[in-house]
Design a protein around this ligand. Structure first.
Ligand code: AP5
Length: 229
């Protein structure tokens, strides 16, 4: 199954993608994580991406599409994947359609996680992340059990992302409304949008998403059986 998680910055795409991949045996493909890894290792790509990311702007389409095309060409995608943070513009979505069509494949659905802007600011200003395993925390809602140590891998030193400042959050929200939210209409036109209320607890949001994806998976199995029969 190939799925896209869409939503504003801080809607919970990363939190929910991690939970869904572990429940469904899928792979998480996060362009934000790929770009942060490039940035941390000081590659040419990372240095180019850093100035866009830290100020809350989007990295140019051709850079991100190149990263995804390369990743989709690898063989380790198992049962399928969840795109977290890709596509983010109409040209990225159009390029993805071409990549999928060339592989004789398609996106099953687009999970649109809806959270209002005021809540986004509250979530991002108190987020902390583990630089080692990528686990995501929130100082009020999901604090690490042991101070500055990651619950999952024990790494010491959780970090506050460089783009979680007030100015960068405002810019990211503006960019989302201008460049990314048009994807809702784009994928509605393909009848792939599934709206999910992202304002409940992380468990409640997870249950809604999983309920939908399990139903979709079962429908596909039934359809495949009919074709064989
Ligand atoms: P990226 O890393 O993708 O950032 P983003 O889309 O802004 O999303 P976030 O990671 O900030 O939030 P999220 O929705 O994953 O929420 P999370 O689960 O962490 O991209 C970063 C930058 O890279 C971009 O700005 C751009 O420059 C570049 N980039 C990436 N992809 C690109 C692309 N395709 N094209 C061009 N440029 C690209 O949760 C947030 C917080 O809320 C956490 O603290 C979490 O604990 C908490 N939380 C989560 N769920 C809940 C809940 N239900 N209740 C309460 N708190 C919750």
């Amino acid at each position: 199954m190939k799925v896209i998680f869409l939503g504003p910055p801080g809607a919970g795409k990363g939190t929910q993608a991690k939970r869904a991949v572990s429940a469904l045996g899928l792979v998480q493909l996060s362009t934000g994580d790929m770009l942060r890894a490039a940035k941390a290792s000081d590659t040419e790509l990372g240095l180019e991406a850093a100035s866009y990311m830290d100020s809350g702007r989007l990295v140019p389409d051709e850079v991100v599409i190149g990263l995804i095309a390369e990743r989709l060409g690898e063989s380790s995608l198992g049962n399928g994947f969840i795109f977290d943070g890709f596509p983010r513009t109409i040209p990225q979505a159009e390029s993805l359609d071409v990549l999928m069509a060339n592989a004789n494949d398609s996106i099953a659905c687009v999970i649109n996680i809806k959270v209002p802007d005021e809540e986004i600011v509250r979530r991002l200003s108190q987020r902390r992340s583990c630089p080692s395993c990528g686990e995501i925390y929130h100082l009020e809602f999901f604090p690490p059990k042991n101070d500055d140590f990651c619950d999952q891998c024990g790494h010491k030193g959780l970090f506050h992302r460089a783009d979680d400042t007030k100015d960068a959050i405002e810019k990211r929200l503006e960019v989302y409304h201008q460049q990314t939210s048009p994807l809702i209409d784009y994928y509605s036109g393909q009848e792939k949008i599934v709206d999910i209320d992202g304002t409940g607890s992380a468990d409640a949001v997870h249950n809604s998403i999983l309920g939908f994806l399990n139903k979709l998976g079962q429908e596909k199995i039934d359809l495949d059986k009919k074709k064989v029969g």
